[in-house]
Design a protein around this ligand. Structure first.
Ligand SMILES: Nc1nc2c(ncn2[C@@H]2O[C@H](COP(=O)(O)OP(=O)(O)OP(=O)(O)O)[C@@H](O)[C@H]2O)c(=O)[nH]1
Ligand SMILES: [Mg+2]
Length: 304
């Protein structure tokens, strides 16, 4: 548990260096007054936690400080942490395993290069190591290299792998994989999809089709569409979530590259403005560098 938290904390170093790390010295020997609150507000806005979350946080800190007669700047850090925890836990995800019906089919979607294929490799490893039966379907039929990349990940984790030839219809690969996973009694099917810009309507519709055929292949399956967001993206993440939600649904988010993001605060903005819960975070390029998202640990890691 300790090393998981340390890994999360280390992965947020860039974010802390650029923004959150400025808070402690800012509030340090100061008096807690409106001037200080304004400066904290500016800092939070710069951290990409979004306008709504910033306003809510500052208001809450102001009220609590008045109620509890707090006058020292450094007392603010605990209030900030509590408020971030509060925002982040509101949309806390349940485990993907909570739904009783099998297989659980995760459609992994997102814009180009967000980290979908890598995340699938990591998830396959995470859950096969826990003793679950896992299958990967390579439905990125645009890039031959993508299929090879995924096959390497699958081999490393010793999980089943379904692929089709170049240029095959991704929906039919997904359908075949759903049928195969059902007949084999596989618990978890991970479907890799090609990256696409959320502004390309026809490509977005293709995702909708993949979801429909998978649901048709096994109406009893639990189908979840998980949107992979590159943690270095900043506020553009918000519009990605909106458009992907409209076309393929969004049952949760996976925020990758926290380790190279200077704006890891975007998770707060996403949680505050949209109802989609963050389910996993990517904290590095290695196969073990994925964690189920823990909102409290994340808030603490940002402000500690
Ligand atoms: N540092 C870091 N790099 C990551 C993480 N997740 C993915 N990457 C890197 O991001 C790059 C793109 O990853 P892919 O998994 O190929 O992304 P993708 O979404 O499948 O890309 P397309 O299929 O082309 O849309 C690779 O260099 C990965 O190693 C992460 O959590 N941290
Ligand atoms: Mg890929």
């Amino acid at each position: 548990m300790f090393s998981r938290f340390k890994k999360l904390k280390d992965s947020l170093l860039q974010t802390k260096k650029s923004i959150f790390g400025k808070l402690a010295p800012l509030v340090g020997a100061r008096k807690l007054d409106e001037q200080l609150l304004e400066e904290i507000e500016e800092t939070l806005l710069g951290a990409d936690i979004g306008v709504d979350a910033t306003m809510q946080t500052i208001d809450a800190v102001r009220k609590k400080a008045q109620r509890e007669n707090l006058t020292q700047g450094d007392q603010v850090m605990t209030l900030l942490r509590d408020e971030l925890r509060e925002i982040l836990t509101k949309s806390k995800a349940t485990s993907i395993w909570d739904s009783p019906s099998r297989p659980i089919i995760l459609l992994i979607v997102g814009v180009n290069g967000a980290g979908k294929t890598t995340t699938i490799g990591k998830l396959a490893r995470l859950y096969s190591a826990q003793g679950h039966s896992v299958m990967i379907a390579a439905c990125d039929t645009f890039r031959a290299a993508a299929v090879e990349q995924l096959e390497t990940w699958a081999t490393r984790s010793g999980v089943d792998f379904v692929k089709a030839g170049d240029g095959a219809d991704p929906a039919s690969v997904a359908y075949d994989a759903a049928v195969s996973a059902t007949s084999k009694g596989t618990e978890l099917l991970l479907v890799d999809t090609a990256g696409r810009l959320h502004t390309k309507t026809h490509l977005m519709q293709e995702l909708g089709k993949i979801r429909r055929v998978v649901e048709k292949a096994n109406p009893q399956a639990t189908v979840l569409s998980l949107l992979v967001i590159d943690g270095t993206t900043g506020q553009n993440a918000i519009s990605q979530v909106k458009v992907f939600t409209e076309t393929v649904g969004c049952d949760g988010l996976i925020v990758t590259k926290l380790d190279s993001a200077a704006k890891g605060g975007v998770i707060v903005a996403i949680t505050k403005e949209l109802s989609a819960p963050v389910r996993f975070v990517g904290v590095g390029e290695g196969i073990d560098d994925i964690q189920e998202f823990d909102p409290v640990a994340y808030a603490d890691a940002l402000l500690e």
